[in-house]
Design a protein around this ligand. Structure first.
Ligand SMILES: Cc1cc2nc3c(=O)[nH]c(=O)nc-3n(C[C@H](O)[C@H](O)[C@H](O)COP(=O)(O)OP(=O)(O)OC[C@H]3O[C@@H](n4cnc5c(N)ncnc54)[C@H](O)[C@@H]3O)c2cc1C
Length: 472
């Protein structure tokens, strides 16, 4: 195997040029650990192709030498899918040099971006032509279009625009035999059987290398309104969402924040303050946006929240009076994980159940976890309208320093079993990667596992595309 890797590195250098082969350990080192710093891998080289043809060359060479490739974009994924195995048996395939926006247009509302384009760069390019790519998330300054596509990322605007799956109009990819699939025509209708594009979305680099993606754009935001409301329960929060949705189509973000999470943010994150005067058991952050400059979005949200207050759905609410205040509300939501880390050890679970079931699940599961593991604090926050909650379990104040290592796996198994029993998913947004593969294998139904394995075997019989990830 070692000889095969050395030969592959030499041949890639000959065929792609020195710039495309990174072999200095100092240049490799920053890219072999996952974003959370939990999984450490190793590789003899990083290949950094600059074109689709170069990617096809690399994949053909890798197949010939039977050396696996691990595709990588910004390395911000949460499941260590882009981290190579620790034994150095694979080559890291960095897509960051493929960073051109090939085309962008307001008329066809499409952008064709190469896999290595950073999300924030696409946002800026869309903004320049009066358009918007509506998916956004905390890692937008580093994550890439290829990574977002390969993890079917979500973010804060899924409620209105869906995940990557609904924003990808087509894609170009190099398949494991080195052939190039071209799905960039952006056809609205195309019923030629299985969708190769959709198969590659969320495939985590196990079925091929995404080289470019056609992405749907929407008109730029003319105005937004951001509000913070107090509610008695997650059920009331969902009532509020449905109440607003029945009266306007402008809501894009709807985030649930428990009292406990808000308190941690206020305690640990400098410059934050509670939006409402009194304490409430639960809070909701609502963001509404419009592309129509004549639309009084602030007035509309104010009227709707007033009516919700009159009907007893919410207990209080405030609307941000400026962009600065709107950002301050979002900062409270976005700082929860950071505040939890400052407080102590936390186990994170990115889970989903049916939207209508989430309020009950959240309350029941928190109680069950706290009863089963005395001393821990369990709660959930996040995208209630998507049925996707970040269900976090914090160590109690007297927990041992190695609580995470000693009890983490057992608590996670407990939570995952509750989610599965509720018909939910143990990975709503972050994929399976290597971190959730064992749990996926334990809990997925046999039909799903069989289909995944069959697809993997059919497209990648040599097992050279990101082995050890996703597929149980
Ligand atoms: C602060 C922060 C906030 C986040 N918030 C969210 C959120 O709200 N919602 C959400 O869904 N996710 C979120 N994420 C995680 C999210 O999955 C990643 O940000 C993003 O989707 C991964 O992009 P990347 O370029 O970093 O991919 P990487 O981490 O490099 O790779 C991720 C996976 O995709 C594969 N891959 C990468 N590029 C390609 C390619 N060109 N072809 C084939 N396979 C490829 C890799 O092999 C790996 O399996 C967040 C991450 C951070 C750090």
């Amino acid at each position: 195997m070692t000889d095969a890797i050395a030969q592959l590195i030499a041949r890639a250098g000959e065929q792609l040029g020195a710039k495309a082969v990174i072999a200095d350990p100092r240049d490799i080192e920053p890219w072999v650990t996952d974003w959370r710093g939990r999984v450490h891998g190793a590789t003899r080289a990083i290949f950094a192709p600059a074109s689709t043809e170069d990617v096809a060359t690399v994949v053909k060479l890798a197949a010939e030498h039977r050396v696996p490739l691990v595709p990588q974009g910004g390395n911000t994924g949460m499941s260590a899918g882009a981290t190579p195995p620790a034994d150095g048996s694979a080559i890291l395939l960095s897509m960051r040099r493929m960073n051109r926006i090939r085309s962008i247009g307001a008329q066809d509302r499409l952008a064709v971006a190469e896999a290595g384009v950073v999300l924030a760069t696409l946002h800026d390019a869309a903004h320049e032509i009066g358009m918007r790519f509506p998916l956004t998330l905390g890692a937008r300054g580093s994550c890439t279009i290829g990574g977002l596509t390969s993890t079917n990322a979500g973010g804060t605007q899924v409620l209105k625009f869906g995940t990557m799956r609904s924003l990808v109009a087509g894609l170009e990819a190099v398949l494991p035999d080195g052939s190039i699939h071209n799905g960039l025509s952006g056809l609205k209708k195309d019923n030629r059987g299985y969708s190769i594009d959709q198969l590659l979305i969320g495939a985590e680099g196990t079925l091929g290398v995404v080289t470019a993606v056609a992405l749907r754009l929407v008109p730029a935001v003319a105005a937004r309104a951001v509000a913070w409301a107090g509610v008695e329960s997650p059920a009331s929060a969902l009532d509020l969402l449905r109440f607003i949705e029945a009266r306007t189509g402008t809501v894009e973000g709807f985030e649930l924040v428990p009292h406990d999470s808000l308190n941690l943010v206020l305690k640990h994150v400098p410059g934050t303050r509670a939006p409402l005067g009194k304490a409430h058991p639960w809070h909701v952050l609502v963001e509404a946006a419009t592309a129509d400059p004549q639309h009084d979005i602030l007035g509309e949200l104010e009227t709707l929240l007033g009516a919700a207050l009159d009907q007893g759905i919410i207990t209080d609410a405030v609307i941000a009076s400026s962009e600065v205040q709107a950002d301050a509300f979002w900062k409270l939501r976005d700082s929860i994980s950071e505040a939890e880390r400052a407080e102590g050890q936390t186990l994170a679970h990115d889970i989903s159940v049916a939207v209508a079931d989430m309020p009950r699940f959240l309350v029941d599961a928190s109680g069950e976890v706290e009863r089963a593991f005395p001393g821990v604090v369990a709660s959930g926050f996040g995208h209630l309208g998507d049925g996707n909650i970040h269900f976090h379990v914090r160590a109690g104040s007297h927990a041992a320093p190695d609580w995470y290592e000693r009890e983490g796996a057992e608590i996670t198994r407990f939570v995952d079993a509750l989610v599965t029993a509720a018909g939910g998913s143990i990975s709503a947004e972050h994929g399976i990667g290597q971190l959730k593969r064992a749990e996926f294998a334990r809990l997925a139904d046999p039909a799903r596992v069989h289909a995944l394995r069959a697809i993997k075997q059919a497209l990648d019989p040599l097992g050279i595309m990101n082995p050890g990830k996703l597929v149980p």
